[in-house]
Design a binder for this molecule. Sequence first.
Ligand code: AMP
Length: 266
Amino acid sequence: MKILEHRQSGLTVGFVPTMGALHNGHGQIIQTSRQETDITVVSIFVNPKQFAPHEDFNEYPRPVDADIAFLNNHKADYLFMPTAAEMYPADFITKISFHQGVASELEAIFRPHFFDGVAVVVTKLLMAVFPDIAYFGEKDYQQFCVIKQLVKDLNIPIKIQSVPTVREPSGLALSSRNIYLNSDNKKASELLNKVLYDVATQIKQGITSEKACQEGERYLLTNGFDKIDYLVARDSQTLSPHIQNDTRILVAAWIQNVRLIDNISL
Ligand code: AMP
């Protein structure tokens, strides 16, 4: 049965796009979709367009059998797993590009190709599945903001909904890339979330966000991290440093050759 036929028969459809190597963060999103909609569709596609040539496209984990078992356990109704040739045939030429607003800083500076690649794949996946609601994790907070902007700009009639970040008991956000961490790195990486909370506490105590973030960067660099791409407090809706709504604290940091991102609300 086509997904659209479910909608035509009056059922609601939730969609969870992923790149596979599924973990309980994905599991939580699937569970949310199952609670809120009648039919849950999950996609697995490692999107070549969102990786720069020097990034980890080839190494990205692809445990297909384990992912299928995971989806069965989590009672997803459909798996959509297109090939790269199906998504991007040889004559594919469309580009979507962002340079402003929520897509102008943070990840956009350090991974300039990233949101353009995400936008193309998400648009294609949304058009293919055409759900009522598409779910995205707060773990990739800026990505969630960019996708909300994308569907607004293009009048795509699909609700974009966020799901809170799922963490290990240590606070480390679950990520398919955590398997790249060795045990020493893993221990240090657990400090990332702690630093976000320290920054939040200091801001609440009246210390400027610049000073609190500088302190946080210093702490990470002296406790196992090699490089900080950013640790900043931003407006939760515009991602601007001029905060008019709630505050979101976002970090991207390197531990050896692994780049971790995380964020919390103040
Ligand atoms: P990915 O497979 O990493 O592309 O992620 C697919 C979706 O799962 C994205 O919307 C992510 O934001 C979300 N996600 C990834 N990790 C987590 C997590 N720890 N908690 C909640 N959502 C997550």
